[in-house]
Design a binder for this molecule. Structure first.
Ligand SMILES: [Zn+2]
Ligand SMILES: [Zn+2]
Length: 519
């Protein structure tokens, strides 16, 4: 049927004619899409969003796709009517939905979640009103610290705890409504972020199905990981599509830990020695050594006797001062292993708080002659990854020569938000830092905010001037957590996990045995 006939048939109904006239075009486009499904070519489809393409990839994994689709039915009445007794389509039990996605904003003190009400109570008992008329309660830690505004000339009133909840963000931020209204200009800068934190916290406890916490398996050899940013990383790692900003924030909050380490150490790292690439030449030397072990060549290894090959020892990544990162789900840490498919990785968490949030694993193993420091060993996570946890200070273990010898080809230190220059923790690091530098092994550091990171960097450069080589200049981390967090002791203090990243190591390290460089 030609276009003219269609118009004549449709008569006055131009809309219908348009529909029929366009229908072959639509069919063609779906056929074209179907072809792309078989041979996806990401570079040739710039207009198609990452999310759509990722969904196409995931069509190979029916279970995951179904789980994600179930999560899209965001209303609990739909869920319960279709799947009674909180059963998923596969008969798995799912907790009842407490909050709908359109009902996530609640003030902290009137939250339907008891945990958040307790948090409001804690803030009311511990956080001080940031209004400048109150006397200071502690030393200001940065120029942006609200305590820095409190001057002896104007701050006469005694300190008061926060009580008044801002109606826009629902967080107790000032002692009374007057102080909130008077200081509104300062508060409005962070009010939107506080509201986002509030909603994200409620979302996390809403009982919905978190499809963003499903993780893909090993990387296919034919697909290279693109570490330009979160989107390219998740897409090339074949994650289930994450279409909402809130889900993205929840997912990156956990993934930031393995992705930050991976993005620095990987041979396809986005940090380079090119201009503004942030990596220094010393950094390239150190990382090249590690990459040599992390990306071994294929050896023809197989399961039979003929395929037996010598394997290099695992790369040891020491996470010092470990806190939240040691209790991350092991699936999240496996994402680091999948980035280095042929290498063995041994993660070692060290620190007095490294068993925080892991109550199920108490009591800790006894200290025996075979296990003198009570290490908790998890060696059945995967054949490529092993995790060991020490509830002790690094300097104690280092002085006992537990990890000796260190090798720049096999070892790396990772400090997640160490607070090297923080007044409360600097003294603890003062003893450890010379030991770290003496190993000549790269030390990667992250910070909660730009200020936090710069303070650590300056502290290291001042304390160990002449003995430190900068490997990577301080700057924003491409794989920072996209979710912001609130400091319950100071509602003006917001930060995000691994905001910035930089790296250093002890000086006088020689990678190449060139005769001249020895002397
Ligand atoms: Zn006040
Ligand atoms: Zn507010």
């Amino acid at each position: 049927m030609c276009l003219r006939c269609v118009r004549q048939l449709a008569g006055s109904s131009r809309q219908a004619a348009k529909r029929i006239a366009q229908s072959p075009v639509k069919n063609f486009s779906t056929a074209a899409k179907r072809q792309h499904k078989v041979f996806p070519e990401p570079q040739q489809q710039p207009k198609q969003s990452y999310a759509q393409q990722a969904r196409q990839w995931s069509s190979k994994q029916p279970a995951q796709k179904a789980a994600a689709q179930a999560a899209q039915y965001q209303h609990d009445d739909y869920e319960t009517s279709r799947y009674p007794a909180n059963l998923s389509p596969y008969g798995e039990y799912r907790a009842p939905l407490l909050l709908r996605p359109d009902n996530l904003f609640h003030s902290f003190s009137e939250s339907p979640i008891p945990e958040i009400r307790r948090r409001a109570q804690f803030m009311r008992q511990n956080a001080y009103c940031p209004h400048k008329s109150h006397k200071p309660t502690r030393q200001a830690q940065s120029p942006r610290d609200s305590e820095a505004r409190k001057k002896p000339e104007i701050s006469k009133a005694p300190p008061a705890y926060v009580d008044f909840e801002c109606p826009d963000c629902g967080v107790p931020v000032y002692c009374c409504e007057d102080h909130w209204a008077d200081d509104y200009e300062a508060h409005i800068e962070i009010c939107d972020t506080l509201k986002q934190i509030n909603e994200d916290d409620h979302d996390l406890r809403s009982g919905r199905w978190f499809h963003e916490f499903e993780y893909p398996g090993p990387q296919i050899d034919e697909i290279l990981v693109n570490m330009t940013n979160w989107d390219t990383f998740l897409y090339t790692r074949q994650f289930e599509a994450i279409n909402e900003d809130r889900s993205m924030r929840q997912a990156t909050r956990l993934l930031t830990y393995p992705a930050t380490i991976g993005s620095v150490l990987h041979e396809l790292s986005p940090y380079s020695v090119k201009r503004d690439g942030r990596l220094t030449f010393e950094g390239l030397k150190s990382l090249s050594a590690l990459r040599y072990t992390l990306h071994p060549p294929r050896t023809g290894q197989g399961m039979d006797i003929a395929g037996l090959r010598l394997q290099s020892p695992p790369v040891r990544i020491f996470c010092l001062g470990a806190r939240a990162e040691s209790s991350l789900p092991r699936d999240v840490w496996m994402q680091l292993s999948y980035l280095f498919g042929r290498a063995n990785i041994h993660l070692i968490f060290i620190g007095p708080e490294s068993m925080a949030n892991r109550d199920a694993e108490y009591p800790l193993p006894e200290r025996t002659p075979e296990n003198p420091f009570g290490a908790i060993v998890e060696d059945r996570i995967s054949d490529k990854m092993k995790i060991t946890t020490y509830v002790d200070y690094f300097h104690t273990l280092h002085e006992a020569n537990l990890f000796y010898p260190y090798d720049p080809y096999f070892d790396c230190f990772m400090l997640f938000h160490p607070g090297l220059g923080h007044p409360a923790s600097a003294h603890e690091w003062e003893e450890t830092l010379p030991q770290l530098l003496s190993t000549k092994v790269p030390i990667i550091c992250t910070g909660y905010t730009d200020w936090d990171m710069q303070r650590d960097w300056k502290w290291v450069m001042e304390k160990c001037a002449g003995e430190v080589d900068l490997l990577m200049e301080p700057g924003e981390n491409r794989f920072r957590s996209l979710r912001w967090d609130l400091n319950d002791m100071d509602p003006m203090d917001i930060s995000c996990g691994n905001w910035g990243v930089w790296a250093f190591r002890g000086k006088r390290y020689v990678l190449l045995p060139a005769e001249k460089e020895y002397y």
